[in-house]
Design a protein around this ligand. Structure first.
Ligand code: CTP
Ligand code: MG
Length: 230
């Protein structure tokens, strides 16, 4: 039987570090809203039953207008879910809205529009075997632990990776991980950590460094430059 796979794309943040007149997920990148770039990659992967997008309730109308009216994306493929106060809560809301009998779920930041279709397909394939997989790249810079502008220690770069999304999981595993976090009031930054907390292995797949998270205005410039050269 064919596996049932859902995508969760998070786009319910406030974009405080960008601080533009409009939230960064709706800002234009090479003339097209960032969220549209991202969502189109998931549609092109052609492996998802549903694409679930977390949107802040005040932006639901705007998101629907952009996705379904302006860009004519197939409405029946999507579920738009109200975001929570934190990204973690947004993802948990979306997990609860996945279709029944979902086997795998791929979770991705709406503001990583430069993910490659091939990366999305590869991470899903690997998840069948590994159960929990995240994309990442080996750290390029030296990373030190700092307190009040003073170096506390230097970490061994050979052991350090920067972690990206997508992150993909067996649905039951990531649901259990979020449920556990809710009951213990744990707050983390990425979904993989919730699986780590359960004591389960998380596999890291090396991705492309172009898959940046658009966090501030500098990232937007980099993303524009990457798209111009693609
Ligand atoms: N996100 C979400 N729900 C939240 C917070 C974040 O769905 N409550 C989404 C964001 O929209 C973004 C992704 O998670 O696509 C990664 O978060 P981040 O880059 O931190 O975006 P923001 O939270 O919007 O930005 P900032 O932290 O600067 O306010
Ligand atoms: Mg944030």
């Amino acid at each position: 039987m064919k596996n049932k796979i859902s995508a969760i794309i998070t786009a319910a943040g406030k974009g405080e570090r960008m601080n533009p007149p409009i939230k960064k997920q709706f800002m234009p990148l090479a003339g097209k809203p960032i969220i549209v770039h991202t969502v189109e990659k998931f549609l092109k992967a052609e492996i998802f039953d549903k694409v679930i997008i977390t949107i802040s309730s005040e932006d639901r109308k705007l998101a629907e207008k952009i996705l379904f009216s302006e860009y004519n994306l197939p409405k029946k493929k999507f579920i738009i879910v109200d975001g929570g106060v934190t990204r973690q809560q947004s993802v948990f809301n979306a997990l609860k809205m996945c279709p029944e009998a979902t086997d795998y779920v791929v979770i991705h930041d709406g503001v990583r529009p430069l993910v490659k279709v091939k990366e999305i397909q590869e991470i899903v394939k690997l998840t069948e075997e590994k159960r929990a997989v995240t994309l990442g790249i080996p750290a390029k810079n030296t990373i030190k632990r700092i307190k009040q502008n003073r170096v506390i220690s230097t970490l061994d770069r050979k052991q350090l990776w920067e972690i990206f999304t997508p992150q993909a999981f067996y649905y039951d595993l990531i649901y259990k991980a979020h449920k556990n976090a809710e009951s213990k009031k744990l707050k983390v930054n990425d979904d993989a950590e919730l699986v780590e907390i359960l004591g389960e292995d998380v596999f890291v797949l090396q991705g492309s460094p172009q898959n940046i998270k658009i966090t501030d205005k500098f990232d937007l410039k980099i993303a524009e430059a990457i798209l111009r050269n693609n």
